[in-house]
Write a protein that binds this ligand. Structure first.
Ligand SMILES: CC(C)(COP(=O)(O)OP(=O)(O)OC[C@H]1O[C@@H](n2cnc3c(N)ncnc32)[C@H](O)[C@@H]1OP(=O)(O)O)[C@@H](O)C(=O)NCCC(=O)NCCS
Length: 174
């Protein structure tokens, strides 16, 4: 059975191994340095996670970690940057979907305004996953960038809760 839990510092070694695996990086463009760059960012992600400025989740079964997901909060936008990945030998078993669902639930609960990510235009699996969970890509004409921004907004989703905006009637004197 697959469980999803919060990461601990000891998961960093496994995460570096995952992101430097060439099969893992295949859908992320031609940059030969991609794995090395992702590995360099791992300590920063744990710094955010431990400081409560985001969250790293690990999907695992009895054999060990199978995938991860993370969101990192942006103070300037109120949105969180999200990323995720699965051990290549475990692709297409629904693990990526389960991780993304857990990230969405956690980020929503944390008060984030929504999630954003950049996805390579040829990353079919990730595009399918993001679209199935309601992420949208703004249509920008003549956008030559290979990485496209996908956004899932929580800002206007109040889940039938009472509106936090109080409508004050205009005073009779105005
Ligand atoms: C993207 C990724 C996380 C998907 O993980 P996964 O566990 O294989 O995904 P799931 O099994 O939950 O599949 C999600 C959907 O994508 C589809 N899918 C997965 N791989 C696919 C592929 N290569 N081609 C077409 N569809 C694919 C699945 O069929 C499923 O759709 P469905 O629910 O309609 O059946 C995984 O491919 C990965 O780790 N890639 C490398 C890292 C990466 O690209 N991260 C995202 C950066 S934006």
């Amino acid at each position: 059975m697959i469980q999803i839990r919060r990461a601990s510092d000891s998961d960093a070694v496994w995460l570096v191994q995952l992101v430097t695996d060439p099969s893992f990086n295949r859908g992320m463009g031609d940059d030969a340095q991609k794995g090395a760059l992702l590995a360099l960012a791992v300590p920063k992600k744990f710094e955010f996670h431990n400081a409560g400025r985001g969250c790293i989740l690990i999907a695992q079964d009895q054999t060990g970690p199978l995938g991860y997901g993370a969101y990192l909060d942006s103070i300037s936008t109120g949105y969180s940057y999200v990323e995720y990945g699965v051990t290549p030998s475990k692709f297409r078993r629904g693990i990526g979907g389960s991780i993304l669902d857990a990230l969405i639930a956690s980020a929503r609960q944390s008060g984030s305004l929504g999630l954003q990510t950049l996805c390579h235009l040829e990353n079919v699996a990730s595009i399918k996953l993001l679209s199935s969970r309601g992420f949208e890509r703004p249509a920008l004409a003549n956008d030559p960038a290979p990485f496209k921004r996908y956004t899932l907004s929580f800002a206007f989703d109040f889940d039938n809760e009472p509106s936090p905006i109080e409508i004050i009637p205009p005073s009779s004197g105005s």
